[in-house]
Design a protein around this ligand. Structure first.
Ligand code: LMR
Length: 392
């Protein structure tokens, strides 16, 4: 049965690693997968993580099984990190998942169980994995227009018009902050309008919240979703520690279920548990245990916040520099990118321009034309800007 299979498609993001690895140029720059690199171009381990891991290795009492919900201290801390230290957390339950991807997948499985006829509305463009996850559990996907790549503008009116048909059976997927792949987020008024639409239609919001702390700051980035939670009876939030704790390969994420009240959230969590049990049984503990020990200790949490802020500021400064160098090199239409935030930007390169920048300049970006701004450094940003200007 295997020998007659067709060649499988490469993943549009993970598949780039092989291409980058086989590029022998000393000038090569990896702006593909969304990983933060420090000023030396290293995807380094945070000092706070290193220290907490050493403590864990010395003091961990057991490797016995945990529950399908994962590490309970981690869940309590993430719930506060996402929702804030407020009464909101009383009507919420958080369940640890293997990374943000599994958090979205857990939400998808729960939605499929509770609203099997419902549709899931995702933005165009969006993270490619969204298009795979919901159909994988049998849910119907519908796309809504979100962003016009050539003009660098949100298509908010078209988005709202296409969401008019939402019903209480449906789910609306929104990026909490640092939209992937565009970096363009809704403003306060637009979030308010979306909140009113959700209230009117009864559709469930599912917030993909993988970049908390990379936009304006930890609390600032969470403000739109916290307002949504305050206005609506039910919200699902898929969050990730991959980026803000730089623990990508440890797979640490969470699904937070907010219900009308504590009992409703508890019941929904109860329905999620067997779905997890029949899938991966329980999440891996290591990364979550490390993060729980950081977030539950005021001193360690402050040290982590400092390291995260350094990452956020560096990414934002690379974004500004990229635009300035592109403008100086003659690609002068990208000033709008300065108003966007987070790790990603879309440059509107055609697939043949992407091929040219990869093969001719050894700058590796996704075929969709997304660049990982967090992979730029003082030593490569000018080179990359000039390469972009040259292929355009
Ligand atoms: C990305 O978009 O590059 C990251 O979220 C990594 C991934 O899993 O795709």
């Amino acid at each position: 049965m295997f020998s007659t299979l067709k060649d499988p498609p490469a993943d549009p993001i993970l598949g780039l690693a092989k291409l980058f690895g086989s590029d022998q140029s000393p000038n090569k720059v990896d702006l593909g997968i969304g990983v933060y690199k420090d000023e030396n171009g290293h995807a380094a381990i945070l000092q706070t993580i290193k220290e907490a891991e050493e403590d864990l290795v010395r003091n961990q009492p057991t490797k016995a099984y945990i529950s399908s919900a994962g590490n309970s201290l981690f869940n309590d801390e993430i719930r506060k990190l996402v929702l804030g230290n407020s009464g909101r957390t009383d009507r919420a339950r958080t369940v640890q998942t293997p990374g943000g991807t599994s958090a979205v997948r857990a939400a998808a499985s729960l939605l499929q169980k509770l609203k099997p006829e419902g549709r899931v509305f995702i933005p165009t463009p969006t993270w490619p994995n969204h298009k795979a996850i919901f159909p994988a559990v049998g849910l119907e996907l519908v796309t809504y227009p979100y962003y016009d790549v050539p003009s660098g503008k949100l298509t908010f009116d078209a988005m709202m018009a296409s969401l008019e048909g939402l019903t209480a059976e449906d789910t609306l997927l929104l990026h909490g902050c640092c939209h992937n792949p565009t970096g363009a987020d809704l403003n306060e008024n637009q979030w308010q309008a979306v909140s009113e639409l959700l209230e009117k239609t009864g559709a469930t919001p599912l917030i993909d919240f993988a970049y908390q702390g990379f936009g304006k700051g930890l609390d600032e980035d969470a403000t739109p979703l916290r307002n949504l939670v305050d206005n609506l009876p039910e919200t699902l939030i898929a969050s990730s520690c991959s980026k803000n704790f730089a623990v990508y390969r440890e797979r640490v994420g969470a699904i937070t279920i907010v219900g009308e009240n504590s009992a409703a959230a508890e019941k929904a969590k109860g329905h999620l548990m067997p779905l997890i049990r029949s899938n991966y049984s329980m999440p891996p503990d290591h990364g979550a245990a490390v993060i729980a020990s950081i977030l539950s200790d005021t001193g360690k949490a402050a040290q982590w916040r400092f390291e995260l802020e350094e990452m956020r500021v560096r990414v934002s400064s690379m974004r500004q520099k990229l635009v300035d160098y592109m403008t100086a090199a003659g690609a002068d239409k990208f000033s709008y990118l300065k108003d966007h935030q987070g790790m990603f930007a879309m440059l509107g390169l055609t697939p043949s321009e992407v091929k040219e920048i990869r093969e001719g300049h050894h700058v590796h970006i996704t075929t969709s034309g997304r660049i990982n701004v967090a992979g730029l450094t003082e030593s490569n940003v000018k080179y990359v800007a000039e390469a972009i200007a040259a292929v355009l």
